[in-house]
Design a protein around this ligand. Structure first.
Ligand code: ATP
Ligand code: MG
Length: 580
């Protein structure tokens, strides 16, 4: 491919509204252009990378037993009303009316359409399992589209849906997809981790997220350094190995703590460590008051409380609710004589504070706290449970190993749906005994366009993108430094054709630009192998080669170039841990 005939409008500077590095580099490398908020055109370079990502995902899905189809983007409201999601999906669902005034939407995901498709044609256990996938444009009217391809409103997703006769079958489909994802992300050359995305008990998890590891990732992962346990930090299980403390402190007393609302203020005022204070958080759980107690230096994990109580909703109570439920302004709630039926306390509160003595808690009246509180004696705790966010120093819940907290970007999600859609939408089959059963479903998504952004977040340097070979738009960039020189241009064309004949996708920079511009653009676009043709080096009988990843430059002999090049190429790929 000739750069002069290609369309890769590179930029010196990124537009000011581009915040993250992938967004900046995708714009600067001439890979994407914004049409409107969260909606981008994929320019030729990006499209080539997206094609490669799609091909690898497609192949691995196929090996995992899934078959490709393509469903419509515009969908009728009726199906969404049947599943119940028309009323629940909220504003992310872009709705519109057609000329007959019928409600429609743009698909943000395709559970309804696929369930409708399968229920019409699959009637017997003999036709199951079925696993279908597509690679298609999705639309989600995200509240904050940002970071370029990372969180768009229109984006490309691979979505797959499995239908099985029973739970055992569904579990096998889930496992096949989990394995397919693992293979796909390995082949894409990305460093990633699959994490449990379910706060339920260990082993009972039915949802995993695939995270590309990058310092700029939005999510923090809690990952064991000894075993395979990894989970989203907000969901990671915290284990408590402490012992119940026996040294009961003297009776609790009330202290005036004027204007001390926060843990820091109370700790400073009473001169105690934050770990001696109990934070009492009042929550509105399905409309009822619940008190959740955690140590002052810990963070409450509200989703854990929600799961623990089997609730539909759980959120922090409003200031008014706090005042009514605790009888005090915000900042002074405490478990002693608290008029709230359900009080859940974090596991570690079974022991006393690490510094000894009793706890400091709010006194349920303004500007006052209690000291020497002992929960067993002074409060009514309904239940001790793991309700806090994991933090530095916590051990692995599975093996007790040391945890680390890398950042990541969610690129894929596998999910066991059960009969959530098949039951209300009557997607049923007749089993061996002629009995009607709902199919057991799973759904599996990969953000194809987000993978491209995540790949760049993980692989870049100060000069631009550093594409892993499997995702790179081309394998090799050939720089002709003397495009006006006919002999050199002829040699460049010859090399270009040689590479193409070897199956190496080559972008020949034949533009009449200064060498400096070409070097900069080559680094910016980040194609893994660079070959530089210039009058001076050719006169010395050599051709320069640069490994974009390591930055290492070598001179290959112009005579016998093909063999020398093949050996060098092997080395470049080995640097990525890949075979040619
Ligand atoms: P997020 O929590 O990031 O919004 P999600 O849980 O809504 O993601 P899923 O519904 O599981 O995402 O979608 C499957 C995959 O699609 C995600 O793992 C992600 O890679 C991708 N994806 C989701 N929303 C977007 C978006 N707005 N822009 C780009 N990719 C997205
Ligand atoms: Mg989302």
């Amino acid at each position: 491919m000739l750069f002069s005939r290609f369309f890769a409008p590179t930029l010196k500077e990124a537009p000011a509204d581009a915040e993250v590095v992938s967004h900046k580099l995708l714009l600067r490398a001439g890979m994407i252009r914004r049409l409107t908020s969260g909606v981008y055109s994929y320019l030729p370079l990006a499209l080539r990378s997206l094609g490669k990502i799609s091909d690898i995902v497609r192949e691995e899905m196929g090996k995992g037993g899934a078959v490709e189809l393509l469903m419509p983007t515009a969908q009728p409201a009726e199906l969404w009303q049947e599943s119940g999601r028309w009323d629940h999906y909220g504003k992310e669902l872009l709705r519109f009316k057609d000329r007959h005034d019928r409600d429609c939407c743009l698909g943000p995901t395709h559970e309804e359409v696929i369930t409708d498709l399968v229920r019409r044609d699959v009637k017997s256990y003999r036709q199951l399992p079925v696993n279908l996938f597509q690679i298609q444009t999705k639309f989600r009217d995200e509240i904050r589209p940002r970071f370029g391809l990372m969180r768009g409103r229109e984006f490309i997703m691979k979505d797959a849906y499995s239908f099985d006769r029973n739970d055992a079958g569904a579990e096998q489909s889930y496992k096949d997809m989990f394995d397919a994802y693992t293979r796909a992300f390995e082949r894409l050359g990305l460093r990633f981790r699959s994490v449990e995305a379910d706060s339920g008990s260990i082993g009972g998890s039915f949802s995993h997220e695939f995270m590309v590891l990058a310092n700029t990732g939005e999510d923090v992962i809690a990952a064991c350094t000894s075993c395979s346990y990894a989970a989203n930090t907000e969901r990671a299980i915290v284990r408590w190995d402490g012992v119940k403390s026996e040294a009961v402190p003297p009776a609790h007393e009330t202290r005036a703590t004027p204007n001390a609302h926060t843990v820091e203020e109370v700790a400073a005022f009473l001169n105690v460590p934050a770990s001696s204070i109990i934070k009492t958080m009042l929550l509105d759980v399905d409309g009822k008051a619940v008190a959740a107690l955690v140590r002052g230096d810990r963070e409450l994990n509200i989703p854990k409380v929600k799961t623990l109580l089997g609730a539909d909703t759980a959120e922090l109570a409003s200031a008014e609710q706090v005042t009514v439920w605790s009888g005090a302004p915000v900042g002074f709630a405490g478990p002693v004589a608290l008029n709230v039926e359900t009080v859940v306390a974090d596991l570690e509160l079974q022991a006393g504070p690490p510094a000894g003595g009793g706890w400091v808690t709010g006194a349920n009246k303004g500007d006052a706290h209690h000291v020497n509180v002992w929960l067993d004696r002074d409060a009514k705790v309904t239940r001790y449970a793991d309700i806090r966010v994991i933090t530095d120093g916590d051990c692995c819940a599975k093996c007790g190993g040391q945890m680390e907290f890398p950042r990541g970007i969610e690129v894929g999600h596998v999910f066991k749906l059960g009969t959530k859609y098949s039951a209300p939408m009557r997607c049923v089959f007749l089993d061996e005994n002629g009995k009607e059963q709902p199919m057991v479903m799973g759904c599996y998504g990969i953000g194809i366009s987000r993978v491209l952004a995540a790949c760049i977040e993980q692989n870049h340097d100060e000069n631009g993108i550093v594409f892993p070979p499997p995702i790179a738009p081309f394998d090799l960039m050939l720089l002709n430094l003397d495009a006006k020189d006919e002999a050199i241009s002829a040699r460049a064309k010859e090399l270009h054709d040689l590479f193409e004949a070897m199956g190496i996708q080559t972008l020949l920079d034949d533009r009449e630009e200064r060498p400096g511009v070409k070097f900069k653009d080559a680094d910016l676009i980040g194609i893994p192998m660079q070959i530089v043709l210039g009058g001076k080096s050719l006169a010395r009988g050599v051709i320069e080669a640069k490994d974009r990843r390591s930055g290492e430059k070598v001179e290959l002999p112009a005579e016998g170039f093909a063999e020398a090049f093949a050996a060098w190429r092997t080395k470049v790929y080995q640097g990525w841990g890949l075979n040619v």
